[in-house]
Design a binder for this molecule. Structure first.
Ligand SMILES: Cc1ncc(COP(=O)(O)O)c(C=O)c1O
Length: 348
């Protein structure tokens, strides 16, 4: 996500390659942004209200919340905290392949490495393989629910069982897309019981705040303490901090977008079935589509029609696959029409 990113300008069309909310943020949030003053820009932000609102939303005490500059910074902070223990050599993260690339980027940036086990043939997590791949250097296990790039839900019982099984290694459960699936392990009693569990959330997706950069880590206060040392004191900007209470309170907007995503998934899955393209059951605001050996050519044709999707086809474990945002129904319908056109125009 970070490396090859270039922001297409408005004339370049529809951005369905980064799982953003292409409807924008909630109108109430935007009103609040517009009401901010020169002084909000001039003063260091205060996080008390934002932290309390996020904690209230997740039903935990504010001490269980660490706001971060996007969940990307949360991943950096949790990895840094895990890799402080360098006894026995190079610290290791453990995850699956394919997965969100920041787990590897952060592991390398912090002087460690990432060990991966492949997902199964249906893109399912193989929890026994994960356990079996642990080494004495394993400091953190990265899980994503729903998973990126497949959009698939993780079964929660094996996740719950893995947490004590890998302790004292941290389990980082990335719930960037959990607003869409409704599945979450954020629970004060669970976080209290499992001090090695850290859950990550972002307001970039369901809330449309990707440009404001704000996410959160949730864990027991003792677990969060080393991560608080990594995240700089004013890492979340004043604009993000000011609007977070309104963003989490505006359930109507969030629920509308979640419902749009559900309809979009159903429409794209049905269209792909008609066109003979395989998909996987997504619970997020995106879908992985197997377009076979012509995947890159299809992505290029869609880009030529002004629709940008994410070409994952050359990434290990994702051969032939494109990842497409399934958010706003109107945008999904444009995507489907463009896929149909591009496939019909394809030289045989
Ligand atoms: C699985 C996953 N985790 C974390 C992030 C980062 O989110 P943020 O934009 O809040 O940094 C993303 C963004 O695409 C993601 O897909």
């Amino acid at each position: 996500m970070s490396g090859g990113y270039r922001k297409p300008d408005a004339s370049e069309g529809l951005r369905l390659h980064l799982n953003e909310n292409t409807a924008g943020c909630s109108p109430a949030v935007f009103d609040e942004l517009r009401a901010l003053t020169r002084f909000d820009a001039a003063f260091y932000p205060d996080y008390e209200a934002a932290q309390a609102a996020v904690a209230g939303f997740f039903g935990v005490d504010p001490a269980f919340v660490l706001l971060t500059n996007g969940l990307d910074e949360g991943i950096l902070a949790v990895t840094a905290a895990a890799f402080r223990d360098r006894s026995g050599g190079v610290p290791e993260g453990l995850g699956v392949l394919p997965a969100f690339d920041m787990y590897e980027v952060c592991s390398h940036a912090l002087g460690g490495r990432l060990v991966t086990v492949p997902l199964g043939s249906g893109f399912e997590y193989r929890f026994d393989d994960l356990r079996g791949a642990r080494t004495p250097q394993t400091r953190i296990v990265f899980l994503t629910n729903p998973h990126n790039p497949t959009g698939m839900r993780l079964p929660l019982d094996p996740v719950r069982a893995l947490i004590p099984a890998v302790a004292p290694a941290l389990v980082f459960l990335d719930e960037a897309y959990a607003d869409f699936s409704g599945d979450s392990l954020i629970d004060a009693a669970l976080l209290d019981r499992h001090r090695n569990l850290v859950v990550g959330r972002t307001f970039a997706k369901a809330y449309g705040l990707a440009g404001l950069r704000v996410g959160a880590l949730l864990a027991h206060p003792d677990t969060l303490a080393p991560m608080r040392l990594v995240v700089p004191p004013y890492s979340v900007n004043a604009w993000a901090a000011a609007v977070l209470p309104t963003a989490v309170a505006d359930r109507e907007y969030r629920d509308w977008y979640i419902a749009q995503a559900a309809q979009s998934r159903a429409r794209l899955a049905a269209a792909c079935e008609r066109l003979g393209l395989r998909t996987w059951p997504s619970a997020a605001n995106f879908m992985l589509v197997d377009a076979g050996p012509g995947a890159s050519a299809l992505a290029a044709r869609l880009a030529g029609r002004g629709i940008h999707v994410r070409d994952k086809s050359s990434e290990p474990g994702c051969e032939g696959c494109l990842r497409m945002t399934t958010g706003i129904v109107e945008h999904t319908d444009r995507l489907i029409a463009a896929i149909e056109e591009a496939l019909c125009a394809r030289p045989r």
